[in-house]
Design a protein. Structure first.
Length: 469
C-alpha cells in the first residue's frame, strides 16, 4: 500500500478532507454572495446618483430655462468620470451632449431604461468607442428629450475586481488548507506508527515499553498518558505476581514441610495425649497458612480495585481513635505504653475496614519488633494535617529499619527477621502500601529518633491527599 493511500485511510486526514470540502462550499457561497451584494449596492448607488442628477437638471430648467440647463449639463460633462448628458429631438436625433450616438429606441420611453443600452462616446483620438450604460429619460415642455445616464464600465470593473480578489483569496486559502491537510495527515500517521510500533513490542511481552508522548497535550498525548499509566499498573501487577510466585515457593515451603513433619510425628506418638498435642500443633500451623493466604487475597483485592465501590466519606479521627483503644491492652501486655495525638473532625473518602486493617498492621508491627528492645517502651499513634495532606503516623522506639532496606520491606514476604523467630507473614506493610495506593496516597518510612545508634525506632506514616484532590 502506497504512503498516499495510507494517509487517506487515517481518520485525521478524512476529517480534514471533510473540513476542506465544507470550507470550499462556504467560500464559494461567500464569493457569489459578496459579488451579488456588491453589484446590488453599486446599482443602488448609481440609481440614487442619477436620480439626484435628474433632479438637479430639472431644477436648473425650471429656474433658468433651456439655456440654464445646457450650461449645467455642459459644466458637469467636463468633469472627470462624468455621467452621460444628452439632449435629443422628439425624433431621437442627438442635438447636444457628450456622446456620439445612442442605441435606437432609447429615447422612445420616459423613465428608467429597463436594460443596459449601447452607446458610443468620443475618445481622445476622435473615433467613437462603444460602451454600455443605464439612464433616465424625461421630456421637456417643448418636446425635447433629455437623457442622463451612467456608464457601466467602472461598476463592471469594480465587480470584476471584487470577484477576482475573492477567487484569488479562495485559491490561496484552498492551497494553504491542502498543505495543512497533508501536514496534519502525515504528522498524525507518524505518531500512530510510533504508537503501533510500541504496542507491537508491548504485545510481544516487553511491558517496560511506553507509548510516545509528544508534549503538545493534544488528544494523542492524553491517550498515550492514560495508556502508559495503565501499562505501568499492569507491569507492577505482573512484577508483584512474579514476586509472589517466587516468595510462595520459598516462604511457604518451610511451613508446609514443618506441617508435614508434625503430622508424621503425630502418627508415631504412642499415646493419645501426644497425638492430640501434635494435631493441635498442626492446626496452629494450618491457621497460620490460612492467615497468610487470606492476607495475599486481601492484597490482591485491594490492588485490583475490587473494593473501590465500597468507599465513602468516613471519620478518620474516629477510626484512628478506635484502633488505638483496641490495641492499647496488647501494648500494655507487652510492657509498652501506647500514646495518641489525634486531631478531631478529619474526614476522608475511603474504605473504613481497609484503613482500620492498615492501622492494626502498623501498630502490631510496632509492638512486635520493639517489645524486646532496650529503648523507650512507647508507641505513639498520631493523626494530624501536614500542609494539605492528612497523615496517620505510628512511631516506635525499636531497632528501626536501615534506610537502604525501606523499599524492600514493603514487598511481599520480605522480613528483616531472617531467622523467622517472630510470628508473622511479611505481608503487613505490603497490605498497607496497597491500601494507600487504592486511596491515592503514599507510605513513608522514617527514623523516630534520627542519629541514635540504638533505639532510633521507626515511624511509618500513611499520607492521604486532601479530600478535594
Amino acid at each position: 500500500m502506497t504512503p498516499f493511500r495510507v494517509v487517506f485511510k487515517s481518520t485525521a486526514v478524512r476529517l480534514s478532507a471533510l473540513y476542506i470540502v465544507l470550507f470550499a462550499l462556504c467560500a464559494a457561497f461567500l464569493v457569489f454572495y459578496v459579488t451579488a451584494l456588491s453589484e446590488r449596492i453599486l446599482s443602488q448607488q448609481t440609481r440614487e446618483t442619477l436620480e439626484q442628477e435628474v433632479a438637479d437638471v430639472q431644477r436648473a430648467y425650471n429656474r433658468a430655462g433651456l439655456n440654464g440647463m445646457l450650461r449645467l449639463m455642459e459644466r458637469r460633462s467636463r468633469q472627470p468620470g462624468a455621467n452621460l448628458y444628452v439632449i435629443a429631438s422628439p425624433s431621437g436625433e442627438i442635438l447636444a451632449g457628450n456622446v456620439a450616438s445612442v442605441q435606437p429606441g432609447v429615447f422612445d420611453e420616459e423613465g428608467w431604461t429597463t436594460l443596459p443600452f449601447q452607446y458610443e462616446r468620443y475618445s481622445e483620438s476622435g473615433s467613437p468607442v462603444p460602451h454600455q450604460a443605464n439612464a433616465h429619460v424625461f421630456v421637456l415642455d417643448n418636446g425635447l428629450r433629455v437623457l442622463i445616464g451612467r456608464d457601466l464600465g467602472e461598476p463592471q470593473k469594480l465587480r470584476l475586481l471584487v470577484r477576482r480578489a475573492l477567487m484569488v483569496a479562495l485559491g490561496v486559502m484552498g492551497l494553504g488548507a491542502l498543505v495543512i491537510w497533508f501536514g496534519i495527515g502525515r504528522n498524525a500517521l507518524k505518531r500512530i506508527d510510533r504508537m503501533s510500533a510500541a504496542s507491537t513490542k508491548i504485545m510481544a511481552g516487553d511491558l517496560s515499553q511506553r507509548l510516545p508522548v509528544g508534549g503538545s497535550g493534544d488528544e494523542f498525548d492524553r491517550m498515550s498518558e492514560s495508556l502508559n499509566a495503565m501499562l505501568g499498573r499492569i507491569e507492577k501487577l505482573n512484577e508483584g505476581l512474579r514476586q509472589v510466585s517466587d516468595n510462595i515457593a520459598h516462604d511457604l515451603k518451610t511451613p508446609l514441610t514443618r506441617l508435614r513433619n508434625k503430622a508424621a510425628d503425630a502418627l508415631d506418638q504412642p499415646s493419645d495425649e501426644a497425638r492430640r498435642a501434635g494435631l493441635e500443633g498442626i492446626i496452629a500451623e494450618s491457621d497460620q497458612l490460612i492467615r497468610t493466604f487470606n492476607a495475599l487475597l486481601m492484597i490482591s483485592r485491594v490492588e485490583a480495585g475490587s473494593v473501590a465501590a465500597e468507599m465513602s466519606d468516613i471519620d478518620l479521627s474516629a477510626i484512628v481513635t478506635d484502633s488505638a483503644e483496641l490495641y492499647e491492652p496488647v501494648a500494655e501486655e507487652a510492657g509498652m505504653a501506647l500514646t495518641t495525638d489525634i486531631a478531631g473532625g478529619i474526614v476522608v473518602h475511603g474504605n473504613r475496614e481497609l484503613i482500620g486493617q492498615a492501622i492494626f498492621n502498623l501498630v502490631d508491627n510496632a509492638v512486635k519488633y520493639s517489645a524486646d528492645c532496650t529503648g523507650e517502651p512507647r508507641i505513639e499513634v498520631s493523626l494530624k494535617r501536614r500542609d494539605d495532606d492528612i497523615c496517620i503516623s505510628v512511631a516506635d522506639h525499636g531497632p528501626g529499619i536501615p534506610e537502604d532496606r525501606r523499599e524492600e520491606v514493603v514487598k511481599r514476604f520480605v522480613r528483616l527477621d531472617e531467622s523467622r523467630s517472630k510470628p508473622g507473614t511479611g505481608l503487613g506493610l505490603s497490605l498497607v502500601e496497597a491500601v494507600m495506593e487504592l486511596h491515592s496516597g503514599r507510605l513513608e518510612l522514617s527514623d523516630t529518633a534520627p542519629g541514635r545508634e540504638e533505639g532510633r525506632g521507626l515511624t511509618v506514616t500513611m499520607i492521604f491527599p486532601p479530600p478535594s484532590a
